[in-house]
Design a protein around this ligand. Structure first.
Ligand code: ATP
Length: 282
C-alpha cells in the first residue's frame, strides 16, 4: 500500500517543554486515520509539523514523499486540505462569496460550491454573512472550504467539535464519500464514537508519544475480557464469562423468559486508553 505520510523519530520542543517525543507514524493511501489523546498530548502540534506550519526539533517527516519543510508550497498545497482553528474566512463576505474566492485560488469551477455545501448541510444558507454565523455553521463553512479542491490528503483538527449529532453525521457521510473517491484523511478527535465508526486505524497519543495503534475493532477485541453482557427483565445488567458455566446461566435465564438482551462486552476506546495510561482521554 502506498505510504502517504511517513514520520521518523519526530520531536518538538517549545522552549524547554517537549510536545512530541520521538513520534513514528506511517499513514497509507486512502486510510482514515484518527489521532486521539487528551488535551495537550501533541495532536495539533503533529498536524502543524506535517503541514509545514512548524519545524521539528529533530527527526524527519515526509508527506507524498516530500520533506515537510517543503510541503507549504502552492504546488504541494493543491493536493492537501487543512482544517485548523485558524478559519481563514472573510467575515464581511457571504458563505458563497468566501467559497467562490477559494474556487479561484484552487482553480476549480463554482459548480463545486453546491457539492461541498451539500456535504456540510448548508444548502440554502449561501447568502449569510460569515460574521452572522453560529460557531457550528462557521465550522461547517471551514470544512466546505477544505473539501473544495478534492484534496488527496485531508488534515482535520477536531472536525466535528462544535457540531450537533445530526450535522456530525452529515460530515461523516461527506468524509466517507471523499475517502471513497480517494482522499486519505488524518483527523484528531475527542469523540470516541467518531473514532470507532469513522477511522480505519487510530493511534493513542499521550505526553507526545504513541501508546497504541491499530484498527479500533481490533484494539477493542484485544482489550476485551471476553465476557458477555446480558440484560434481564428485572432491569439488571449482568456479565457472564464466555465459557461452559456462563452458557449454563444464559440457558437458565433464557428458559425462564428472564433474558431481554445479549451482547458481547468490548471496552470503549476511552476505557482502553485509561487501561494503558492510567489517565482519562478527555
Ligand atoms: N506555540 C506553542 N508554544 C508553546 N507551547 C506550545 C505551543 N503549541 C503547543 N504547545 C504545547 O505543546 C503541547 C502539545 O500541544 P498541542 O496543541 O499539540 O496539544 P493537543 O493534543 O492538540 O491538545 P488539544 O486536544 O487541547 O487541542 C502542550 O503542552 C502545549 O501547551
Amino acid at each position: 500500500m502506498e505510504e502517504i505520510i511517513k514520520v521518523d523519530s519526530l520531536t518538538k520542543f517549545f522552549a524547554n517543554e517537549e510536545a512530541l517525543d520521538g513520534l513514528d507514524l506511517s499513514i497509507h493511501s486512502r486510510e482514515i486515520f484518527g489521532f486521539l489523546g487528551p488535551s495537550g498530548a501533541g495532536k495539533t502540534t503533529t498536524i502543524k509539523l506535517l503541514t509545514g506550519q512548524l519545524l521539528p526539533t529533530s527527526g524527519s517527516a515526509t508527506v507524498f514523499g516530500v520533506p515537510v519543510k517543503e510541503v507549504n508550497s502552492p504546488q504541494h498545497l493543491k493536493k492537501i486540505g487543512v482544517m485548523s482553528d485558524n478559519s481563514g474566512l472573510y467575515e464581511r463576505l457571504s458563505i458563497y462569496e468566501n467559497l467562490k474566492l477559494y474556487c479561484e485560488l484552487y482553480q476549480v469551477t463554482t459548480d463545486r460550491i453546491r457539492e461541498v455545501l451539500e456535504m456540510v448541510n448548508l444548502i440554502g444558507e449561501e447568502k449569510k454573512m460569515i460574521s452572522k454565523l453560529s460557531k457550528g455553521m462557521r465550522q461547517r463553512v471551514v470544512l466546505a472550504r477544505t473539501f473544495l479542491h478534492k484534496p488527496n490528503l485531508l488534515f482535520l483538527d477536531e472536525p466535528t467539535a462544535a457540531l450537533d449529532p445530526v450535522n456530525s453525521e452529515q460530515i461523516h457521510r461527506g468524509l466517507r464519500e471523499l475517502n471513497q473517491n480517494g482522499t486519505t484523511i488524518f483527523l484528531t478527535t475527542h469523540d470516541m464514537r467518531e473514532a470507532e465508526t469513522l477511522c480505519d486505524r487510530i493511534a493513542f497519543l499521550n505526553n507526545g508519544e504513541v501508546q497504541l495503534m491499530g484498527p479500533p475493532k481490533e484494539l477493542q477485541r484485544q482489550y476485551s475480557n471476553g465476557n458477555i453482557r446480558l440484560e434481564l427483565k428485572n432491569g439488571h445488567e449482568v456479565e457472564v464469562q464466555n465459557n461452559k458455566e456462563g452458557a449454563q446461566k444464559v440457558h437458565e435465564w433464557m428458559s425462564s423468559g428472564e433474558l431481554v438482551r445479549i451482547q458481547s462486552h468490548e471496552p470503549t476506546l476511552g476505557e482502553i486508553f485509561v487501561d494503558i495510561t492510567g489517565r482519562k482521554l478527555i
